[in-house]
Design a protein. Structure first.
Length: 340
């Protein structure tokens, strides 16, 4: 059964035990090929090379004096040529034969029959799409001709490429993520976020009070630690990290940085406070009495929005925005996004 029905992929059971049939492509090809003495397979064998494309065998051919010569000419391994030789199964659109074709109609039928039911694409080189995310979020996509070429380019073993292919593994291979297909726009967004998270998850985070530029607490060892302290999702910290945009976290207006700020940078931020977009901003309004800031309405109350503050104080929201968090008064009033 193994000799005459090699394409079966099953186990035959009998009273004498069980025998598993061959199930790999190479095993099937070895069984199908014509019997040939290949003890001296690298010398003394004339090989005929035919092209096979669009379901047709070309009538033109090339003759090679040995498997080694053919291997060198096509850059195909000698063992691979040996396996496909005389099987009438094409490899990379080539037929390897030890005899010249006399009947092309017969060979066309042999090829079609030989290819039936076989997975002939699993061992052919597949193009690899290599993605790299730059620090500014720009995606650089490179198309490489094969896994071997990628392994050579990244200076890693072939198995490493196989293990990372189509997988979202931390940091990829030196920052490169490998796929056998082109990513959709949605997958690209996910990859950018995934890459950013992996790069910054274990970074130290400095959280500054945006009004005073003093550290709110000790530094955090990771984004997750900072997120837990402010009781927010880690993305809320990640999205504002190093942006120089202040965001509201509880009762604090906070800057998040991955490095400690210099005095010069603190001075620059104090004079040019910018809020992150889509932040819900409460407005605290003070007046100064005996050198101290006192809330104009009570010790605890703030206006829930610029609009409500502007309406009650009979001024424009633009005026509030202009004087917000700059430590300067407008007609004796000081405006802040947090309680000071």
């Amino acid at each position: 059964m193994q000799k005459y029905l090699p394409v079966l992929n099953t186990i035959f059971k009998s009273n004498f035990g069980q025998i598993q049939s061959y199930d790999s492509l190479y095993d099937i090809l070895r069984l199908r090929k014509l019997q040939l003495d290949l003890d001296k397979k690298y010398i003394g064998i004339n090989l005929y090379l035919y092209e096979y494309s669009n379901g047709q065998v070309s009538t033109n051919y090339q003759i090679f004096s040995s498997i080694s010569e053919l291997s060198k000419n096509l850059s195909i391994a000698r063992e691979t040529i040996s396996v496909y030789l005389n099987t009438y199964v094409p490899y990379k659109d080539f037929l390897f034969l030890t005899n010249k074709i006399e009947s092309f109609d017969l060979v066309d039928k042999l090829v079609k029959d030989g290819m039936h039911g076989l997975n002939l694409n699993h061992n052919l080189p597949k193009k690899i799409l290599m993605y790299y995310i730059e620090s500014n979020g720009t995606v650089v996509k490179t198309e490489i001709e094969s896994k071997s070429a990628v392994a050579k380019l990244l200076n890693v073993q072939y198995l490493v490429i196989t293990n990372h292919l189509d997988k979202w593994i931390k940091a990829g291979i030196n920052g490169y993520y490998l796929f056998t297909h082109e990513l959709s726009s949605l997958d690209l967004e996910k990859l950018i976020e995934f890459s950013s998270l992996r790069k910054t998850r274990n970074c130290t985070v400095w959280a500054y009070n945006a009004i005073t530029l003093e550290l709110i607490t000790n530094t955090f060892s990771s984004l997750q630690k900072a997120a837990e302290y402010f009781n927010v999702d880690y993305r809320s910290v990640l999205n504002h990290l190093d942006t120089e945009l202040a965001s509201k976290k509880g009762e604090n207006l906070v800057y998040f940085f991955s490095n400690e700020l210099t005095n010069l940078k603190k001075e620059e931020l104090l004079n040019n406070l910018k809020l992150a977009k889509n932040e819900t901003t409460s407005i605290w309004v003070y007046k100064k009495m005996e050198g101290k800031l006192i809330l104009i309405n009570s010790d605890t109350r703030s206006f829930s929005s610029k609009h409500l503050a502007a309406k009650e104080l009979k001024i424009s929201t633009k005026t509030i925005s202009k004087f917000l968090n700059i430590h300067k008064d407008y007609k004796g009033l000081y405006f802040y996004s947090i309680k000071v």
